[in-house]
Design a protein around this ligand. Structure first.
Ligand code: PLP
Length: 428
C-alpha cells in the first residue's frame, strides 16, 4: 500500500473550494471517517487512486457501471459520439434507439421521457401521477431514496403519520405536507394508509429492492399489496428502478417479481457512466406530458447523444450470459462473506438480489430502515478500512449497496472473500 497521502492533501485543498470537498455528500466518507480517496482511473473491476493504490471496486459509480470501468465497447461508442458532436438539443437517432430498447425490455414503459438524473425522473414521475389522478398525496417508504427533490426530503411525523415533516433545511412544510412516509415492508401500515385516505392518494413510490438503506429486499407480498391497493383505489404505482433497472435482471425488478408498475423511473445503468435518467409509463399516462399534454417537463441536455450511446452499448452487452455471470459471481461473493463471518463468529446478515449486495453487522433480520439503523456502525467502519487495506473498495457507508459488475472475475471474488475472512478475524 502506498498510503493515502496525496488523497489527504487534495482533500484538504478541495474542502476550501468545494462544500465538504465533494460533489455529493456520501463521497466525503463521513460515516467511516478518514476522508475520501481521490480516484484517478479505472479499468474493469479495478480502480487506481492518486497515490497509486490499485483497488477492487464494489461501488462501480453507485451501480451505474454494471460492465465495470472503461468497458471497451462503451468507451468506444461514447468517444465516437463526442467526436460527432456532443449535444444538439434536437432529436437524435441514439435516443430513439434507446427508447425502443427500453420498451422492448420493460413493457410497462410504452413511452419514455429522458432526463439527466434519477432525481429528475422521480420528481417528474410524481408530478405526472398527481396530474393523472388529480390527487395530492404520495406514499413513500422510510429508507428508500428517490433523489433530492424537496418532496422526497421528508420523514414521518409522529402519530398516525399522515403529515410529512421536512428532513432538510430549506424544504418548506408545504412541499412535504402531502407526502406520507411509511415503514418499508409493512403491509399493514400501507393497508391502513389506504383505508384512511385511499381517495386522496395519487401514487405509491417504492424501490422494489431497497438499495439505499443497505440492501433490503421487498418481503413476499409487499409489492403485490402495493400493486393491489393502488389498483383498487385508482392510485398509480411508481417503481423507482434507478438502481434495479437492468441490474437485477433484463426486465428490472418488475420482470423479476412479475409486477407491472404504472410508472417506472430509470437512471444509473442506462447512462453507461454518463448523467442520465428516464421515466416511462403506458401511453395514456405519458401522453399527459408536454408537448402532448399539460404536465410541463423539459431539459437542455436531456437525451444527450453521448449518454445514449454509452447506455445503448451497455444494454447491448447485457445478454442472458451476462446476467448468469453476475448471478454466479455475486452468489459466490455472498456465500463467501457469510461463511467468513460465521467462521470468525461475527454477527452478520448478508442480503443479495442479483448483483446488489449488502452486509449488515447485526444478529437480527433486517426488513426496514429501523432495523438497518440498529446495525453496528463501529464494526462497519473497521470492516471498511480493513477491506481497503486489503485492496477492496467498498461503499463508505453501511446504508449503501455493494455492486458486482460483469468484469468481476472468479479470482477477484476469491480475493475479496479471503480479504473479508482476514478482516473479520480481526473484528472478533
Ligand atoms: C441514485 C438514486 C436516485 C437518484 O438518482 P441521481 O441520478 O443521483 O439523481 C433515485 N432513486 C434511487 C433508487 C437511486 O438509487
Amino acid at each position: 500500500m502506498a498510503g493515502y497521502k496525496t488523497s489527504r492533501r487534495l482533500y484538504a485543498i478541495a474542502k476550501r473550494v468545494m462544500v465538504g470537498g465533494v460533489s455529493s455528500p456520501v463521497r466525503a466518507f463521513q460515516s467511516v471517517g478518514g476522508g475520501p480517496l481521490f480516484l484517478d482511473r479505472g479499468r474493469g473491476p479495478w480502480i487506481w487512486d492518486v497515490d497509486g493504490n490499485r483497488l477492487l471496486d464494489y461501488v462501480c459509480s453507485w451501480g451505474a457501471l454494471i460492465l465495470g470501468h472503461a468497458n471497451r465497447r462503451v468507451a468506444g461508442r461514447a468517444a465516437r459520439a463526442v467526436a460527432a458532436g456532443s449535444s444538439f438539443g434536437a432529436p437524435t437517432v441514439p435516443e430513439l434507439m434507446m427508447a425502443r430498447e427500453i420498451k422492448k425490455r420493460m413493457r410497462s414503459m410504452e413511452k419514455v421521457r429522458f432526463v439527466n438524473s434519477g432525481t429528475e425522473a422521480t420528481m417528474s414521475a410524481v408530478r405526472l401521477a398527481r396530474a393523472y389522478t388529480k390527487r395530492a398525496k404520495v406514499i413513500k417508504f422510510d429508507g428508500c431514496y428517490h433523489g433530492h427533490a424537496d418532496q422526497f426530503l421528508s420523514g414521518a411525523g409522529s402519530g398516525l403519520a399522515t403529515l410529512g415533516i421536512p428532513q432538510s433545511a430549506g424544504v418548506l412544510p408545504g412541499a412535504v405536507r402531502d407526502v406520507v412516509t411509511l415503514r418499508y415492508n409493512d403491509i399493514e401500515a400501507l393497508d391502513g394508509a389506504f383505508g384512511r385516505m385511499g381517495n386522496d392518494i395519487a401514487a405509491v413510490i417504492v424501490e422494489p429492492v431497497a438499495g439505499n438503506m443497505g440492501v433490503v429486499p421487498a418481503r413476499r407480498g409487499f409489492l403485490e399489496a402495493a400493486r393491489r391497493l393502488c389498483t383498487e383505489n385508482g392510485s398509480l404505482l411508481i417503481f423507482d428502478e434507478v438502481i434495479t433497472g437492468f441490474r437485477v435482471g433484463p426486465h428490472g425488478a418488475q420482470g423479476l417479481y412479475g409486477i407491472r408498475p404504472d410508472i417506472t423511473c430509470l437512471g444509473k445503468i442506462i447512462g453507461g457512466g454518463f448523467p442520465v435518467g428516464a421515466y416511462g409509463a403506458g401511453r395514456r399516462i405519458m401522453d399527459l406530458v408536454a408537448p402532448n399534454g399539460p404536465v410541463y417537463q423539459a431539459g437542455t441536455l436531456s437525451g444527450n447523444p453521448v449518454a445514449m450511446a454509452a447506455g445503448l452499448a451497455t444494454l447491448s452487452l447485457l445478454d442472458r450470459s451476462a446476467y448468469a455471470r453476475l448471478e454466479r459471481q455475486s452468489g459466490d461473493l455472498e456465500r463467501g462473506i457469510a461463511d467468513a463471518a460465521a467462521r470468525s463468529g461475527v454477527d452478520m446478515e448478508v442480503n443479495r438480489v442479483g448483483s446488489m449486495l449488502g452486509v449488515f453487522f447485526t444478529g437480527r433480520h433486517v426488513e426496514n430502515f429501523d432495523d438497518a439503523k440498529l446495525t453496528d456502525p463501529k464494526l462497519f467502519r473497521k470492516f471498511f478500512w480493513g477491506m481497503l487495506r486489503n485492496g477492496v473498495y467498498l461503499p463508505p457507508s453501511r446504508f449503501e449497496s455493494m455492486f458486482v459488475s460483469t468484469s468481476h472475475g472468479e479470482g477477484q471474488i476469491g480475493m475479496t472473500v479471503d480479504a473479508a475472512g482476514r478482516v473479520m478475524e480481526g473484528l472478533r
